[in-house]
Design a protein around this ligand. Structure first.
Ligand code: FMN
Length: 205
């Protein structure tokens, strides 16, 4: 077995231990653990505040390097960016909320997609500054979001792909438990399908 890898796991569901996306993320950790020893850092995004006025003003100014007061959103942002920068693998456990990411995860994105820190603006567009690392997303949705039977839009996957590509993270893989609101039998089937997809993915790696 190779050396320990650092896994940063983001928890964005408000449902605590009952969370389906958290449950799925455990399976992803099991898959990773079959290949590496893991050092897992959990960050519960339910505790994360929104960015604030000073943060927005600083990002709009030509330089914001020295403005981080203790406890400020700018300092929180710097800490979250360091966590991300130090991770070998990013694992995001997320439900779908109203066709996209929950506001907890959006708040994290607002802290880490930061000009001069994680991307630069260029005439050709935004250029990411982070070292690329694998990103696994454990996604739970009440309805279906894939295939011909899906009856709702999915802004979550394209949004996360675009947001993380902005900072240089392009190696993303989504695992989904879909239809958690469709009854007990459908839930068990969705869990079993996700479990076999995770197992197949990591056995092929
Ligand atoms: C505020 C809110 C909005 C939701 N919006 C959607 C939605 O747009 N599409 C969907 O399929 N499920 C939606 N759901 C259902 C959740 O995605 C589903 O219950 C999921 O399994 C929850 O995962 P979790 O247990 O990890 O929180 C929503 C749930 C909540 C609480």
């Amino acid at each position: 077995m190779s050396a320990a890898i650092r896994v940063l796991r983001l928890i964005s569901s408000p449902r605590g231990a009952e969370s389906e996306s958290l449950r799925l993320s455990h399976l992803v950790l099991d898959g990773l653990a079959g290949q590496h020893s893991l050092q897992v850092q959990d960050v519960d995004l339910n505790d994360l505040q929104h960015v604030d006025r000073d943060y927005a003003m600083a990002l709009a100014s030509p330089s914001d390097a020295d403005q981080a007061e203790p406890g400020s959103a700018l300092q929180r942002s710097a800490e979250l960016i360091s966590q991300l920068d130090e991770a070998d693998v990013l694992l995001i456990a997320t439900p779908m909320h109203n066709y996209t990411v929950p506001s907890t995860l959006k708040a994290w994105v607002d802290h880490i997609v930061r000009i001069r820190m994680t991307f630069n603006g260029t005439p050709q567009g935004k250029v990411g500054l982070l070292r690329d690392c694998p990103v696994y997303v454990a996604l739970a949705s009440g309805g279906l979001i894939s295939g011909e039977q899906a009856r709702q839009p999915d802004f979550l996957r394209p949004y996360l792909q675009a947001a993380l590509a902005t900072v240089g993270l392009r190696n993303m893989h989504f695992f989904c438990v879909e239809g958690t609101a469709r009854g007990e039998q459908a839930l068990l089937e969705a869990r079993a399908m996700a479990q076999s997809q995770v197992a197949a993915f990591f056995s092929a790696e």
